[in-house]
Design a protein around this ligand. Structure first.
Ligand code: ADP
Ligand code: MG
Length: 387
């Protein structure tokens, strides 16, 4: 992919890129919709990456291009304001703007040209958006000589996504993409932003993490996400806590007595899911990854029944994978489509894949994309030409 990014840069900008940087997509092992409730998440960076080939210019012009789009978008650094940016280029340009909010002097830095190439599937719940933001953030951090730390760059990506793209997402995706390590997950406290790398040891235990990308996105995804956030906020307000993070399992009887049934079930998902993240981290530390299957299963049931963000395709993927030998499975990501994950004994990967294909065909679902991912290192400068 590095070569393709170099070649793409050459063909769009008629010169060589002086550097290559890349950042991974991510998958969330457990902890769904907990991020905006100040809770816990446990994502991992995956071996699908977005590469950016980039060179600075001697003027104020910024030009962005992607293998993904025919057009090359050109702006001046003087016009980098959130209101003027839209479409796919809002992600890379939004990062440049957001760096200005975190200390970069945008009146003094040089313009640049960037070409983006990626094998992170878009809209599959693997966060192609954070991969893109993080790759651009580390690249500009280097060429603009900003010396911002990784935790700050995660906040830069989030600010770009929130303010420029207009998606009210948490800090999880960028943290995973920037802080991930090979064969490890990132345990993130979304309140303190403390992050800890937790070894997974999947392959030594004879396990693989299978992604089942259903390739469906149901039309109520955006509205559903906003509605869930509102329910969570309403639940926290009614129960007198700053965020649902501040409730524990002991508070659930009181919550049930005070809340309407639907709000209660939304609250119960968040409270039990936070506990499942803590239990998963504990299980990984004390017993290893073979012990986390039941927690993944319980997480899926909670999203399906209490939070109601699953979809028929996600449920069929999970149920079929489990019946074919996966030791735990759950839908991952925001819901209403996207992907499920299945923790699968290595020798059963072909059987689980085949069973899922058959089940989808039988139900007349679109053909899913089923593939193994490995936990990978976070954003980095790739080898290649130096400026
Ligand atoms: P995901 O779950 O993949 O993050 P999002 O909707 O959050 O889905 O982000 C996908 C959007 O990010 C795309 O529609 C596009 O605008 C932008 N994007 C992602 N990858 C690329 C890329 N390689 N080139 C250009 N834009 C990209
Ligand atoms: Mg995204």
């Amino acid at each position: 992919m590095d070569r393709a990014a170099q070649a793409g840069f050459q063909s769009r900008f008629h010169r060589s890129a002086t550097g290559l940087w890349s950042a991974p997509g991510r998958v969330n092992l457990i902890g769904e919709h907990t991020d905006y409730n100040d809770g816990f998440v446990l994502p991992l960076a995956i071996d699908r990456r977005t590469v950016v080939a980039l060179s600075t210019r001697t003027d104020r012009v910024v030009r962005v291009a992607s293998s993904f789009a025919a057009e090359t978008v050109e702006v001046s650094l003087d016009e980098l304001v959130p209101e003027k940016l839209d479409g796919w280029s809002a992600y890379p340009l939004g990062v440049a703007w957001a760096l200005g909010q975190f200390g970069a002097d945008l009146t003094a830095v040089p313009g640049f040209e960037v070409y983006i190439d990626s094998d992170v599937p878009v809209g599959a719940g693997l966060s192609s958006s954070a991969a893109l933001e993080s790759a651009v953030a580390v690249a500009l951090n280097d060429v603009w000589d900003l010396s911002l730390g990784r935790a700050t760059l995660a906040r830069v990506g989030q600010l770009a996504e929130n303010r420029v793209v207009g998606a009210p997402t948490g800090i999880m995706d960028q943290s995973a993409s920037l802080l991930g390590q090979a064969d490890a997950a990132v345990f993130l406290d979304c309140r303190s932003l403390a992050a800890e790398v937790i070894p997974l040891g999947l392959n030594p235990a004879g396990l693989e993490l299978l992604i089942i990308d259903t390739r469906v996105s149901h039309s109520h995804a955006t509205g559903g996400y906003a509605a869930r956030r509102k329910s969570c906020e309403a639940g926290a307000r009614a129960l007198g806590v700053p965020a649902l993070r501040d409730l524990s399992l002991h508070d659930l009887p009181r919550a049930q007595a005070m809340l309407d049934d639907e709000t209660f079930r939304r609250v119960r998902h968040i409270v039990t899911e936070n506990q499942r993240v803590l239990d998963t981290v504990e299980a990984l530390r004390s017993s290893g990854c073979t012990a986390i299957g039941p927690l993944l299963d319980a997480s899926h049931r909670s999203m399906r029944d209490d939070f109601e963000i699953s979809a028929p395709e996600l449920d069929v993927a999970v149920d079929t994978a489990r019946r074919a030998g996966a030791i735990g499975a759950r839908m991952t990501g925001g819901g209403f489509g996207g992907a499920s994950i299945a923790l699968t004994p290595t020798e059963l990967v072909p059987a689980v894949t085949a069973a899922v294909m058959v089940a989808f065909t039988e139900r007349g679902f679109a053909t899913p994309d089923v593939f193994v991912v490995h936990a990978a290192d976070g954003a980095a400068r790739d080898s290649g030409a130096r400026p």
